[in-house]
Design a protein around this ligand. Structure first.
Ligand code: CMC
Length: 432
């Protein structure tokens, strides 16, 4: 047998096929089994894509066993310490850290697209006063295709880049307008003299009566949170964006699909769910009772912010965000915050518990991110929107990478059909 292949034999027929093994830069190799249907008449069965590499990508690498995350080869710890969110956006989109001139040009093009079409602003008024911000975000981003039709030729690289820049530039404006709409305050227009993150805070928190007082550490904490959430390879929302994009749909609708997927509590909705859980626990003395419930298969609740499909070790983002959270709470004089105390104690107890050890369940990024957002004054129902703002660059970078593939095919999984056998239609009078 050739060393670089895996032989798959159908024992029923004796037929076999040599499937090539493809190697990446890092991580496990993959078996290229695309000839299985034509050679053996078989498909692979992999519900939830537990063992399937759906694409080739050069953007993000995760080593789940060792707890490593790299954007374009750079460790997340280094980016969180030294980089800015726009620089990380540039890196994810174009593959290299920018020169000063490239960075200036990128910042300039972002700043030229922060404003929203006023027609799109009116769109908000159709939402009920108590709509969930994620419902609004899906709707508004989906509607963008109707407002920016000048760059929707997805075969044109310049149009693709323009859509990418528009999405990254406008998402903070869209998110902040959702927040203002729901709390009944006037919209705050973007300020292009501020950095990306400072402008976001300005739009979220400024009021017409007085200037917003920036806190440098709070701004940096938000920047770190955005950097940590910027991309995470082929997660559920990114896979949604790629699948939608493979049909050659417009990028705004693809990203709206990604936002819808992110909303679920098993994905980005976990940051909101963690804070609700910590509130329910109320006091460190109640943790043991909750730990018992998290482990009980008859109880639907899970320890939110714990566990991950890929990480079987401490999520490197969780470590950074826990320290960032601690520093921010200290800066804001909230170090003794009861939720933080509960979270720390919950983490300690879970990490010593056989159930969590056996299943390799560790804190993920959402365990502490909610605490930072809360300390920044962001309301609970906006948490997943903040995640979506950060992840937009990841969705767009992955979409651009896919669109550059020379032989892009529409994504089309198959199934194992277990329904009724072929049967004939029965007239209603004859049905029993
Ligand atoms: N609490 C209690 N038990 C858990 C948890 C948890 N948070 N996570 C997994 N398990 C158990 C699960 O019951 C199963 O046990 P058993 O083998 O006895 O049946 C085992 O661990 C494996 O879990 P799984 O559900 O098969 O794992 P998965 O890879 O399908 O799910 C997950 C991953 C993230 C959906 C899951 O760990 C979870 O629901 N965590 C809580 C929600 C959360 O924090 N989500 C954010 C993920 S990170 C950010 C993001 O992706 O947006």
């Amino acid at each position: 047998m050739n060393k670089e292949t895996v032989t798959i034999t159908d024992n029923r027929t004796g037929k076999s096929i040599d499937c090539p093994i493809k190697k990446g830069t890092h991580g496990p190799s993959v078996i290229d089994c695309h000839q299985l249907p034509s050679k053996l008449g078989l498909f692979t069965f992999d519900p939830a894509f537990v063992t399937t590499a759906s694409c080739e990508s050069k953007i993000t690498f995760i080593d789940g066993e060792k707890g490593i995350l790299l954007y374009r080869g750079y460790p997340i710890e280094q980016l969180a310490q030294h980089s800015s969110y726009p620089e990380v956006c540039y890196l994810l989109l174009y593959g290299e850290l920018p020169t000063r001139e490239q960075m200036d040009n990128f910042n300039h093009s972002i700043s030229q697209h922060t404003l929203l079409h006023e027609g799109l602003v009116n769109f908000y008024k159709g939402f009920r006063h108590d709509a969930h911000p994620m419902a609004m975000l899906v709707g508004v981003v989906g509607a963008m295709s109707g407002y920016y039709p000048d760059a929707l030729d997805i075969q044109n690289p310049e149009h693709r880049n323009m859509s990418a820049v528009r999405l990254i530039a406008k998402l903070p404006t869209i998110a902040a307008k959702i927040h203002k709409y729901l709390i009944g305050q006037p919209y705050v227009y973007p300020r292009n003299d501020l950095s990306y993150v400072a402008n976001f805070m300005h739009m979220m928190f400024s009021v017409p009566m007085e200037p917003y007082q920036f806190n440098e550490k709070a701004t940096r904490a938000l920047e770190i949170m955005l950097i940590l959430h910027a991309d995470h390879e082929q997660n559920a929302s990114t896979s949604t964006v790629r699948l939608a994009g493979s049909s050659q749909a417009h990028p705004f609708s693809c990203v709206a699909g990604g936002i819808a997927t992110l909303w679920g509590p098993a994905h980005g909705g976990a940051n909101e769910a963690v804070i609700r859980m910590l509130h329910d626990i109320k006091h460190p003395k109640n943790i043991q009772e909750y730990i018992r419930r998290f482990k009980d298969k008859d109880d639907p609740i899970r320890l939110m912010g714990f566990g991950h499909r890929v990480y079987k070790n401490y999520d490197p983002r969780a470590k950074i965000i826990r320290d960032s959270c601690y520093n921010l709470l200290e800066e804001l004089g909230m170090k003794q915050h009861v939720l933080f105390d509960i979270a720390l104690e919950l983490e300690r107890i879970a990490l010593e518990d056989e159930y969590f050890i056996e299943r390799k369940l560790y804190p993920n990024v959402d365990f502490y991110s909610g605490m930072i957002l809360r300390a920044l004054g962001i309301p609970l129902n906006m948490f997943t929107v903040m995640f979506a703002v950060a992840r937009t660059v990841g969705w767009v970078a992955q979409w651009m990478e896919m669109m550059e593939e020379p032989n892009l095919k529409i994504g089309r999984p198959r199934q194992l059909y277990t329904g009724a056998q072929r049967r004939d239609y029965v007239q209603v009078e004859e049905r029993i």
